[in-house]
Every structure is written in C-alpha cells, then in structure tokens.
Write a protein that binds this ligand. Sequence first.
Ligand SMILES: *[C@@H]1O[C@H](CO)[C@@H](O)[C@H](O)[C@H]1NC(C)=O
Ligand SMILES: *[C@@H]1O[C@H](CO)[C@@H](O)[C@H](O)[C@H]1NC(C)=O
Length: 462
Amino acid sequence: MRLGSSRATGASPSCLTLSVLLLLHCRHVASTLGQKSALTVVENTEGGGGGVEEEEVTVDNDDEEGDLEVVHPTEEWQTLRPGQAVPAGSHVRLNLQTGQREVRLGEEQLKYWTQEHWEEEEIQSSVSPEELKQAMKKIKEDLNTASKDTDQQDSVASKYRPLEELKRDMAQLDLLVETDVQIMKRLLEQLNSSSSTTEQKMSILLELEYLVHQVDNAQTLCSMGGLQLILQGLNSSDFRLQESSAFVLGSALSSNPVVQVKAVERGALQMLLTVLATTQPVRVKKKVLFAVASLLRHFPYAQRHFLSHGGLQVLSELFREDGGGVLRTRIVTMLYDMISEKELIFHAGLDPGLDASYEERLRQYAQVSLQGELLEKGWCNLVPQLLESTEHDYREKALRALLAMAPTCLEQYRSDSFLLDSLFSLRDQYQEMVQSEMILGEENYYFAEIVELIDALQVKIK
Ligand SMILES: *[C@@H]1O[C@H](CO)[C@@H](O)[C@H](O)[C@H]1NC(C)=O
Ligand SMILES: *[C@@H]1O[C@H](CO)[C@@H](O)[C@H](O)[C@H]1NC(C)=O
C-alpha cells in the first residue's frame, strides 16, 4: 500500500488538497486494517523524482522492535515524534507548515470529554499498550510486503493513480459514516419503541441532547416528530425521563427561534409550567427551569403567554419552597435576564442602524407587562430573601436583579427593613474582605464589584 504525495513545502493549492485527501485516506486505511483510526504517518525524506514524495502508513522502521511509545492525546494538537503510536479514535493530521504529525482527541472522545463522560469512555475504549503494539507491528509487516511490489520509478502513475483510489475510498467512507440526521432518526425510533427500557431511553435522550446543540440538528429533530416524543417524555410518570426530556428540550430551544416557535405551538409552555408546579425532585425542577428560560429568551410572545398563564405565580411558589437557594438563584437570574432584555430593546431605539423588524419587536416587548406583574405578585419583597444565602455568587445575582427591579420596586425596598439591614451588614462584610491582605488577586476584584453593587442600590434607595 503506497501513496504518492506532493511535497508540502512548495504548497500549491492542488498539493494541499491532495495532502488533505491523503490524510482522510490514511485514516480509512488504518481502520480497514482493524486499528480504528489509529495511525502514524512517516514522511520518507529520500523521496522519488519530480518533487514527489512518498507517504506511508507505517511505523518508523528504524525503531527498536516492541519499543513503541503510546501517546495520550489531549484536546490540543500535540506534535508526534517518530515511532510514537496513538490510541484508537484519535485524530492525526499532518501540519503542512512544519511537516510534523500532530495528534489530539478524536471527535467522539472530545464529545465525551465535554460531557464529563471522560472516565467511562476511558474504561470502554482504552486499548492496552500491548494490544496496540501488536496491531502496529502487523501494519508494519503488511506495508513492508506491499511496498516491495510497487514500482517506485513510476512517479506519474504514483501521482495520479491514488487520486482515483481516493475517490473510490471516499465514496465508500460516505456510505459507512452515519450522518447526524441518520443518527437522530435511529434514536427517535428507539425512543418511540415500547420495548426500550427507561435506562435505554435516558441514554438515548442524552445522545440527543448532545446533537441538538447544533441549530440545524434541533430543527431537523422537530421536523422528524422528535419534539412530540420529547414532550411525551416530559409528561412521563418517571421523573428520570422527565429530567432528561427537559434537558434535551432546553438545549434544543437555546438560541434557536425556529424550535422556540414550534415548541410554543405544541403547548410546551403549559406543559413545562405544569411539571414545575407538580413535580417533586429538585433535579427535575432545575432542568425544567432551564427549558423555561431557554423558551422565553428573546421571545416576547412566549414571555407574554408565560405571564398570562400564571408563570410568575408558579415561580413564586417554587421560590418560597426552596431552602437551598439553587432554584431561587436560577429564578432570580431568569427574571433579571427578562428585565434587561426588554431594557436593551428600548434603549436600542437610540441606535441609528436598526433593521425593519425593530418596530415589531418593540411592539411585542411593550405587551410584556413584566414589571407590573413583578410588583403585583410580591417579587419586590421576595428577591431580597436571596441575600440570606451564604454563597457570594447567589448574593451577587440577587443584587443585580434588585438593581434591575429598582425602578418598579423603590417603595417596597424603602420599607423593607430586612433588605436595608442586609445591605448594611453585607457592605461592611465585603468592604472588610476587599481590604483584607489575606485575600489576593481576582477574588479581591470580585468582592469590590459586590461592594459597588451594594453602593449603587443604596444610592437608589436613599
Ligand atoms: C411513534 O410511533 C407511532 C406508532 O406507534 C407513530 O405513529 C409515530 O409516528 C412514531 N413517532 C416517531 C417520531 O417516530
Ligand atoms: C400527559 O399525561 C396525561 C396523563 O398522564 C394525559 O392525560 C395528557 O394528555 C398528557 N399530555 C400530553 C401533552 O401528552
């Protein structure tokens, strides 16, 4: 098996293309030899004439037998030295500037890395160094036999013949690789199957959650009837399915107006509010709140319906029940986001470069009577309670929300002795921490910022 390649140093566009194709081909070759995408590419510097150089899928022949060093790839590209081998699933590329081979974790590995499935993945796919050495040796032997049969003088043939082979192999590769659409179709069928267990459904939902981070995928999922299935999961009597379904829904809705509209059309808002009002486990409520926040974000129509369907009432019950502060903080952050989103739109009126849809958005946001509802439902006195928390982060979120609500809530703030006392004692506490020589670096800036928030709030209340 021998592949011709142009020398990368004189990189004309066609050379570049060829090198890139070669890498794809090499990956394919490596996997057909049974070592799933593990690969070392070694450049032979005594290349043939006509500027053509050979690249082989092999290991360095000068290497001591059985002396392969196995590299542990990370998220970053790292340079491979001759004779180093990589674990299955890694990505290997040729850096065209330096001529060095580089390796990092493959897509699958990266996916699990970010999904915090790193430990599981490592157990599942780790190849023992011994096994890897054996496999690499096998490749080396195969290639040594193959290269003897090749006519090394025929540089023209070695330049053009592989291109045809590449095309053929790429076409086969296309057939072998499952696209996201195919994967989602398969997952939805499994999710819809009555023979799938709850555990299977949960892992299907986790896979879908990963896929719907891509805007296109989330929209395709909707058009395949996936939204309906996920809403059914949300309505399930098993809280684990409710949790996973809310997670998928929240991710599909994030920054995806098409999905936001479809979800509202399907009655997702009412369902989410019902689950929020009736379900018990906090972990389900957390994910459902995430889905609600994603649904409402930059979507004044949904915000208006949220208010008219008693959304703030549901949230205030949740707020009162939550002792730990996790849900309280999420709720307060959500309110803060909604207030500042609307503020931003109205302030954007001063910006001359506005598009035609601006008037329409302005009109829709004007119908979201958030501030009035906040006042009416008692939020001016609820939000200060989050200051009881011992978490700096929770207090900071509370202070920001209190500032955003100040135009509406000033009267309530002024007669709220809990709030006034809290602001005084917190200011002392943070001022002291800022001045303390024990605390250094970033934390100090953070505490100074909290002092500034308290100051700003006190100025408004005076
Ligand atoms: C789920 O199965 C039902 C029939 O059992 C079918 O009507 C429906 O279209 C399926 N939904 C999806 C998204 O596959
Ligand atoms: C949710 O489940 C209840 C019964 O468990 C059912 O009556 C209702 O129609 C379901 N809603 C949706 C949208 O599937």
